[in-house]
Design a protein. Structure first.
Length: 190
């Protein structure tokens, strides 16, 4: 069974921004889609988020696509680091992803040790996509290059898409994100 799990951003939840639209679109393509609400979303804790992600995934397999947004990408990276030598997922899509603290004390707990991109790279059968915006107020475009170099991610750079969020800091609401669906189709060969 093809599955997808969307890991929301800091301050987000299952109904935030583009998540319901992507869920609906992937379900129409035969995926079972989960968008869990992660605990204490205003003060995300890596251990709690990775623990819930493990619980929701159950047994990881190559029919599973993980989709992360912002700090959700770091949670996915930390989850992938926990997989055994033989475990893999089918593919990973990062939206506004980063692999180190981008300047906020509240998320420092995700980065107490460096994220091991070399180990993570081997955990996705079909590779990675990294979707970024050229005017993201929180995540510098340099992270697109870091994820490309470290994970071999295929990079999509959107013009003036902000942080792909809800209405925060004057940013328009991003309610649809076709690049995520297209990336899932490419990465899973559908």
């Amino acid at each position: 069974m093809k599955r997808a799990i969307i890991v929301h951003c800091w301050g987000g939840d299952s109904q935030y921004a583009w998540y319901p639209w992507v869920k609906k679109e992937l379900e129409a393509r035969g995926f079972e889609v989960a968008v869990p609400n992660f605990p204490d979303t205003e003060n995300p804790r890596m251990d709690a988020w990775v623990s819930l992600l493990k619980e929701v995934i159950g047994e990881s397999d190559e029919e599973l696509v993980l989709i992360g947004h912002s700090i959700g990408c770091a949670a996915i990276m930390r989850y992938l680091e926990t997989l055994s030598e033989t475990q893999k997922v089918g593919g990973v899509i990062f939206v506004a992803g980063f692999n180190e603290n981008v300047g906020f004390d509240e998320i420092q707990n995700f980065f107490e040790t460096p994220i091991n991109l070399a180990k993570i790279k081997s955990k996705s059968k079909n590779g990675f996509f990294a979707i970024h915006s050229d005017n993201d107020p929180y995540v510098d475009l340099k992270y697109a290059d870091i994820l490309k170099k470290g994970l071999g991610a295929q990079v999509i750079v959107k013009h003036a898409a902000g942080h792909f969020s809800g209405a925060t800091d004057g940013e328009g609401v991003c309610l649809e994100l076709p690049d995520v669906v297209m990336s899932v189709e490419k990465i899973m060969n559908i």
